[in-house]
Design a protein around this ligand. Sequence first.
Ligand code: G3I
Length: 334
Amino acid sequence: MAIGVAVPAGRSAKSILKSVERQAIVNRHFSQLTAENIMKPSYLHPAENRFYFDDADALVEYAASQGKTVHGHTLIWHYGLPNWMNDFTGDTAAWTAMMTDHITEIMSHFAAEDIVVSWDVVNEAIADIDNDENGLNDLRNSIWQDNIGAGYLAAAFRAAHAADPNADLYYNDYNIAGVPAKRNAVLDLVKQFQEDPNPVPIHGIGFQMHISVTWPDIDQIRESFALAASTGLKVKISELDIAMNTDRSRKPMSLTEFTVAVAVQQQKRYEAIVAAYMDEVPEAQRGGISVWGITDRDSWQRSYNAHEWPLLFDDDLKPKPALQGFADGLTGGM
Ligand code: G3I
């Protein structure tokens, strides 16, 4: 099973390719890399007729040299888009052709090497609200939804499969372990794909899992993993991190210090999450578990809150008790 980590690359000062210390951690503890940013649309497709692969190629080459795979993140998203894409004009057919070309060019570029083994084809397409109160959160407004309609999702997966028939294709989203109406909307989407007379190629559901030490409740998480597994698709924890502040709306944050007690709390939570995954997802359906960053110092959460410690390695790149918790979850699961 892949154990992955999101890494900075390209021009980032923290780039894995420039940091021997970070490489040492990645090489020892992880088998798969996700580019934290440089394989998003704005990076790979900066102008309508121009793709930029140099930074991604360097990362993929590095992964290959270390015997690791790469999970592609992400092809279609409402965010992280180049300006030209946001400004694109045309009818539905033109928009569909543009989307298809975007997916085809990017996936074809990486297909031959077989290092990029899976992709988040569509990321975060479900909104956080259920306006029509049907128990399923709505599709999020985006350039894709607004210009192509709901059919963009199936079209994106079909284009992705045609471009690289060997890649595992994921639908990826946040809060689906803990918000039933959002989770159910994802399950409903998968059902529609599977029941289509010409089934839509999808291979996995990605649970981002930017969670906290207390939310979601572990039983809720287990139920969500089990329901996702019952679709027959792979289930991946794609972006795991565990915030230790339980109320992120409170300013200042409740926690000001990462004490030993807090570290142990986090260790137990990592163990519980990983064990839940191992218990609820049958082996053949395990797409793997990836954490969203190497060290607390690099975490995206730090840009919002100086007092957050969500990952497995501390600011000095030393392993935290959380790492042991993660490992215990892997071996403790049934
Ligand atoms: O590279 C520029 C730099 O040149 C500039 O000086 C700096 C000033 O703000 O910005 C830098 O770009 C930032 C980039 O991260 C690299 O650090 C962007 O502003 C910032 O928006 C971007 O944030 C990323 C975010 O996605 C938006 O794309 C985070 O690093 C990344 O961790 C986060 O990851 C997302 C997943 O893709 C999807 N799921 C949620 C997850 C967390 O938000």
